[in-house]
Design a protein around this ligand. Structure first.
Ligand code: UDP
Length: 334
């Protein structure tokens, strides 16, 4: 297996990127982080990873890093991720996610970096006709965030056809949890994701949790999502990296999820179970644009890469998220 690859991790100071950095270190690779620290945290990058503060669209800087650090591959996490904001300010998303990624890919091709792992999203599917959703099913994003990521997938496909370059686009489902050793976790201030909000409420950082919609076509009427532990997702990136290097002519677009889902109520029940305390739930109306259920068909990533999730257990995801949330206050003041 390829070892000691030098991997440029864009957005490596962010939630998922920082876990990928840990996974790379744990697998004997060498992560080199570039992050503009707009939403990331300098402290989220471990001391044994090289760090550059900068922008992925600064092609001079990217070229310098590629040369100085002898970069073999890129894991590209940098971008904007807030769906409602993308509806209000679509050009920000086409700029940060699509245009800047075009610039980054151009720098890679010009400097003969031949492999890229890309953070894509289940939002590329929009509202899928069937759930679980397979990679070859129609992609009809319903917000600029999803479109900005799908446009990048299209660029990658065309660049791989034209140049000596391969890629793996990983379509994430609902990423949750934190590093099992509590070295990193979800630290975004004002996060909107369900489990983050639930653990904040469990620790008294907010009074209650809103349940958005109780009349969905699901077993208990609340929305169902495929929650994947961030450490399993990070491990998938390392496997993808090694596959891209081993088979440089093959590219992949793969779902990253567990292939089964939990409702909002089941997630809140899990938090109650783990904390032995009942969260206050406010039943509210639907949030615009939310599908009833969004579940991955993950057979492709399992079959192709032999990906074996280690933390496919909602209570474990909750435990890790809680452990991180408990000690987050101290870090954020550093
Ligand atoms: N949700 C909720 N209350 C919240 C946040 C989310 O009921 O405070 C629901 C949301 O409607 C969806 C699920 O939880 O059914 C997951 O939402 P989240 O924002 O975490 O991720 P998304 O699936 O939108 O990417």
């Amino acid at each position: 297996m390829a070892e000691n690859l030098s991997v440029l991790v864009t957005g490596g100071a962010g939630y998922i990127g920082s876990h990928a950095v840990l996974a790379l270190l744990d697998s004997g690779h060498r992560p080199v982080v570039i992050d503009n620290l707009v939403t990331g945290f300098r402290w989220a990058v471990p001391d044994n990873a090289t760090f550059y503060e900068g922008d992925i669209a600064n092609s001079q800087m990217i070229t310098r890093i590629i040369e100085n650090e002898r970069i073999d591959a890129v894991m590209h996490f940098a971008g904007s991720v807030v769906v409602p904001e993308s509806v209000e300010n679509p050009l920000k998303y086409y700029h940060n996610n699509t245009a800047k990624t075009r610039s980054l890919i151009e720098s890679l091709v010009a400097n003969e970096v031949r492999h890229m792992i890309f953070s894509s999203t289940a939002a590329t599917y929009g509202i899928p006709e069937t759930s679980p959703v397979r990679e070859d099913m129609p992609t009809r994003p319903i917000n600029p965030y999803g479109t900005s990521k799908l446009m990048t997938e299209m660029m990658l496909r065309d660049v791989a056809a034209a140049h000596d370059f391969n890629y793996c686009a990983l379509r994430y489902f609902n990423v949750a949890g934190a590093d099992p050793k509590a070295r990193s976790g979800q630290s975004t201030v004002g996060a909107t994701h369900l489990l983050k909000i639930a653990v904040e409420a469990a620790l008294g950082k907010r009074g209650s949790v809103s349940v958005f919609g109780t009349d969905y076509a699901t077993e208990d009427g609340t929305g169902v999502r495929d929650y994947i532990h961030v450490a399993d997702l990070a491990a998938a990136h390392v496997i993808a990296l090694e596959a891209l290097v081993a088979n440089p002519k093959t590219s992949h677009t793969l779902n990253c999820g567990y292939g089964h889902g939990y409702s909002v109520m089941q997630v809140l029940d899990a938090v109650d179970r783990v904390t032995n305390h009942k969260l206050v739930r406010n039943l509210e109306g639907r949030r615009a644009g939310d599908p009833d259920a969004l579940i991955s068909d993950n057979r492709a990533i399992v079959d192709r890469f032999g990906w074996q999730p280690k933390y496919d257990d909602l209570d474990v995801i909750v435990e890790h998220a809680l452990a991180w949330e408990r000690q987050l206050g101290e870090r954020q003041t550093q």
